[in-house]
Design a protein around this ligand. Sequence first.
Ligand SMILES: C[S@@+](CC[C@H](N)C(=O)[O-])C[C@H]1O[C@@H](n2cnc3c(N)ncnc32)[C@H](O)[C@@H]1O
Length: 266
Amino acid sequence: MTGAARIDTSAPHPARVYDWFLGGKDNYPVDEELGRRIMSVDGTARHIARTNRWFMQRVTRWLAGPGGVRQFLDVGTGIPTEPNLHQMAQGVAPECRVVYTDNDPVVLKHAEALLRSTPEGATDYVQADVREPGRILKEARQTLDLTRPVALSLVALTHFLGDEDDPHTLVEGLVDALPSGSYLVLSQLTADFDPEAVARGVELYRAGGVTLAPRSRAEIARFFEGLTPVEPGLVQLTDWHPELAVGESTDENAVISLYGAVARKP
Ligand SMILES: C[S@@+](CC[C@H](N)C(=O)[O-])C[C@H]1O[C@@H](n2cnc3c(N)ncnc32)[C@H](O)[C@@H]1O
């Protein structure tokens, strides 16, 4: 495990606001305040956060099951929330190896929950920013064999990167470092379905000093260029293999403003 922690409690942070939405306790008043403001413009925001988490769980169940993947690189992991990705993957195949990465020191503080691997498998946590892909890959090599397929997951991460960060090039660089048979998993906020509510959310995050960059379906599809989509392709999160759901609920009022997909590197 690598990294150093300095926690800023004066401004909201994406991992901690998301933790508040998920009902976690690892957030500060400033995060709860932003969460409550967002709930006041969209009362379904907590359900949508859970929907994103369920997408990660369904995808991981599929990857470790029919997908046959045994290595995972999860960037933008978030504060541990059970079941975490390694618990899903190792629940299917105990030998799975998982490397987690996040840039928020609060995630590092709670990382021991991510390190409770099965004896057959392995987990590690790397404190790093997705904008330093070289360092992420270097550290990941200590746990993962990058000559064998890896599922790279960037779940609800890329909307925290503005266009000035060139997220498409960052994602392409990470995928380029992985061998044929690897997978890219990505979910990202869009304004395609409910532009007004999403615009209000963007403004609230901006007022809290956090970049939130919704993208259109075409822009999100570009992350998967050159890869072979796993059916059903790029869809609203609830439409990705709903038959794999375990313990999920629905909210008829929620507009799921996130697309997600899984695609395989040829
Ligand atoms: C909404 S949470 C998603 C957590 C988890 N992937 C999930 O879907 O349940 C987004 C996470 O991305 C992390 N993050 C945001 N910007 C990042 C960056 N530049 N580098 C690494 N992680 C980042 C945040 O700290 C946060 O933990």
